[in-house]
Ligand binder design. Structure first.
Ligand SMILES: [Cu+2]
Length: 460
């Protein structure tokens, strides 16, 4: 990787290349942004660099027409009119050198997408909109963290000079309820007790599409993260409010009493609605486990009855914190049926990014609750794969930038974060992640900042 690459937090569009900007222009960008980044400074810097993708900028930088999109057009997208209104065309032409303008499509208005920059398609504008929703009002302060040059590039990529509405809105992951919330047990005698309900929910995959009629443990998709220590006596009480039967399976546990395994008509009768059932077992072995419905499961798991169950090793020398110096930990549950392609119950842009700072050691616990394999690909880094199905790989640990996780499997990976950037982190089955209106579904990002950033005040 070249030095230049290391300072490019996002790939810059091939059609907008400012590598030829003079040193003076770059200095202007720096002066306009500074370390304490302001919105006004950012907008000014963007304008200085021609970051609004004006006809002149794009015309000067574009070589050739945009590639044709090979998917059928999405119904939600209004494609660019086949012939641009003459007023817009003439306005664009007057702003661009005439010799270039004649070879480049002019910016055209779109009823739902606003102006489509010259050389772009409706797809491009819709795809940018998804990323704008993903970062929301974090865009300006987050870009500022990377310093003036990288910050200006990020501003350009998002089109911050447009002063678009999402610059004042929460990022989409903060607009929808996020599952995987920790739930502390109560201690009853020598047992850790968790009380959960099983509910009908109205679940939002993202902030714009209508809610899905789903199910949730404690009303959440995914349900609460239950965390215990190897050897703990555990009791989990489930109160079924579904109006239909269910059964709950703790996935990966070595039960002493097989009647705790949670499979209706194999190890128990189905749990009828309005009743509370207890599952009692000793937590073993340690590792990343799950709990989910094991009854009418295509429907029930597919609609949200899925969650993480984590058993920490009794010997603290075996913990990820001790072994690898883990500073941040994330649970990443994938699903792919009744709510579409989701990470932790949400599709891009409503997925919560992994935000870390240089020096962090990030643990991701992949858990596949879906019906197909997903190859998770992290840009810019290799993941050290240290456990499969909770079992430590020991000397068989390996490194990968793409890791296939099958249904039912869990993989624990360690990422040693040593370079800043905004790194795409997505399933590499392309129809799971990109469509006619841009990225969707199983797309996320590892956001590595040069220094720790407290985003909490920005998420209110
Ligand atoms: Cu996939």
């Amino acid at each position: 990787m070249s030095t230049t690459d290391q300072h490019d937090p996002l790939p810059v569009s091939a059609t907008v290349d400012h590598a030829s900007d003079s040193p003076e222009q770059r200095a202007d960008l720096g002066a306009g942004i500074g370390s304490a980044l302001s919105r006004r400074g950012f907008l000014r810097a963007s304008a200085l660099a021609g970051l609004g993708a004006t006809a002149a900028t794009v015309a000067a930088c574009t070589a050739g027409a945009a590639p044709a999109w090979t998917f059928p057009p999405a119904p939600s997208i209004n494609p660019a009119p086949s012939s641009a209104p003459s007023a817009a065309a003439s306005a664009a032409a007057s702003a661009a050198p005439s010799a270039v303008a004649s070879a480049v499509p002019s910016a055209v208005p779109s009823p739902s997408l606003g102006n489509i920059p010259a050389g772009w398609s409706a797809h491009d504008v819709a795809a940018r909109s998804k990323v704008r929703r993903f970062v929301g009002k974090l865009a300006v302060p987050l870009a500022g963290v990377y310093g003036p040059v990288a910050g200006a590039k990020l501003a350009e990529i998002l089109g911050v000079a447009d002063n678009y509405p999402e610059l004042n809105e929460l990022p989409e992951f903060a607009k929808v309820p996020q599952g995987n919330q920790p739930l502390a047990p109560t201690i009853v005698g020598d047992t850790k007790v968790f009380d959960l309900t099983i509910d009908n929910t109205q679940h939002q995959i993202d902030a714009l599409t209508p809610p899905v009629a789903g199910f949730g443990y404690n009303n959440a998709w995914p349900g609460p993260v239950l965390r215990v220590t190897e050897g703990d006596k555990v009791r989990v009480n489930f109160t079924n409010n579904l109006g239909s039967t269910t059964g709950t399976h703790f996935h990966g546990i070595a039960f002493d009493d097989f009647f705790m395994d949670g499979v209706p008509f194999v190890t128990q009768l189905p749990q009828v609605s309005g009743t509370t059932e207890a599952y009692e077992f000793v937590a073993k072995p340690y590792g990343s486990m799950m709990y989910h419905s094991h009854h009418n499961a295509t429907d029930q798991v597919g609609h949200g009855l899925l969650a993480a169950f984590i058993i920490d090793p009794k010997d603290s020398a075996l913990s990820y914190k001790t072994k690898y110096g883990v500073t941040q930990e994330f649970v990443w549950i994938s699903n792919d049926s009744q709510g579409g392609f989701t990470i932790n119950g949400h599709g891009f842009p409503a997925v919560a990014p992994i935000v870390a700072a240089i020096g962090d050691v990030v643990l991701v616990r992949f858990m596949n609750e879906g019906i197909m394999m997903h190859p998770w690909h992290l840009h810019g880094y290799r993941m050290k794969v240290v456990a499969r199905d909770g079992a430590p790989l020991g000397t068989a640990a390996f490194e990968a930038d793409t890791l296939g996780v099958n249904p039912g499997e869990r993989y624990d990976v360690i990422i040693n974060v040593d370079r800043p950037g905004i790194w795409a982190f997505h399933c590499h089955i392309l129809p799971h992640v990109e469509g006619p209106d841009g990225m969707f579904g199983m797309v996320n990002a590892l956001i590595v900042t040069p220094k720790p950033v407290d985003l909490a005040p920005l998420l209110k």
